[in-house]
Design a protein around this ligand. Structure first.
Ligand code: SF4
Length: 306
């Protein structure tokens, strides 16, 4: 079964994390450049709803009043700036336009700036540990879309980004994979099960049992139900401890099955730094791909046609 993505994944991103100084205080971050060459493996579509609303840079910061982003779309909450000016109408139009841009761009994922009353998904303030009123106005729309959502701040952590990007690749591969029979479904599951088990063992077991419980002759409804359940599952992050634990298991397996020597797979110890650990994970992926095997911890890789 093909486990290589040949097309670049298309990702929407809050423009202020893409190097554009679109924040209220004329600041921004360039998290994509920080990814180095890996940043070129994706097609990026930056949007900034607050700038698209015509609020300009610099501007007074805005905040949600009387509710969260969900309430905003139901007409129960408003967005006002520091001077008390109601900017709800402009922001509503801009968020809807940003959503149209995303649809036209055929995105599979969105990287959002957490902590913003507009783009935030799980928090709308960056103040200490407070969550604010999540989701934000645009964040509320993002949650309703069939997208893989990534918090931009996790691009700053080598292992967290490795975890997000491997699940993103698997997500996009599964989303577009043609599945017609129960055997196809088993083949897909065989590809993804180790990754899913690493995320959450009991739920992953359930996904496997769900296939076994299906009738012999399945229809497209069964397939799409299983697919959407698994896509939702792949959106969940895992922990560094689980990744480290599973890497040892994978290496043991590859030595046995592929006959690789210990020097080919340099198992990182517990004391290994996070960056070095991620470098070793990438080396293992390459080594497996060269040997014609998929790396169970990261089963779907991007390799463009040159
Ligand atoms: S968080 Fe969203 S709305 Fe705010 S500056 Fe960034 S892209 Fe613009």
């Amino acid at each position: 079964m093909e486990f290589i993505l040949k097309e670049k994944i298309r990702i929407g991103i809050s423009a202020c994390t893409f190097g554009a100084k679109t924040r209220w205080n004329y600041r921004g971050w360039d998290y994509v450049s920080d990814l180095g060459r890996q940043g070129h493996d994706y097609t990026w579509v930056p949007v900034c709803p607050e700038v698209m609303a015509g609020l300009g840079v610099p501007r007074d910061p805005v905040r949600l009043v009387s509710g969260n982003g969900e309430d905003f779309w139901q007409g129960k909450a408003k967005v006002k700036n520091r001077k008390g000016m109601d900017v709800s109408f402009q922001l509503k139009e801009a968020c809807q336009e940003a959503l149209s841009i995303m649809e036209r761009s055929k995105l599979d994922a969105f990287i959002f700036m957490e902590g913003s009353p507009t783009c935030g998904v799980y928090r709308t303030t960056l103040k200490e540990r407070r969550l604010g009123k999540p989701p934000g106005v645009f964040g509320s729309l993002l949650l309703k879309e069939d997208l893989f959502l990534v918090p931009a701040l996790d691009m700053q952590s080598p292992w967290k980004w490795w975890d997000w990007s491997r699940r993103l690749h698997a997500f996009v591969w599964l989303k577009h994979k043609e599945i017609k029979t129960k055997k196809d479904l088993y083949d897909v599951w065989h590809m993804l099960k180790f990754l899913c088990q690493e995320v959450d063992m009991p739920s992953a077991r359930q996904l496997g049992t769900d296939i076994a419980d299906l009738p012999k002759s399945i229809d497209q409804t069964h397939i799409e139900e299983w697919r959407s359940k698994t896509l939702r599952f792949l959106r969940q992050p895992t922990t560094l401890k689980r990744i480290q634990g599973n890497l040892q298991k994978h290496y043991k397996h590859y030595r046995k099955v592929c006959g690789l020597k210990p020097k080919d797979l340099d198992v990182p110890g517990a004391e290994t730094g996070k960056q070095k650990f991620v470098d070793e994970l990438k080396r293992a992926e390459r080594r497996m791909a060269e040997s014609g095997y998929s790396f169970a911890g990261n089963p779907v890789l991007y390799r463009p046609n040159r």
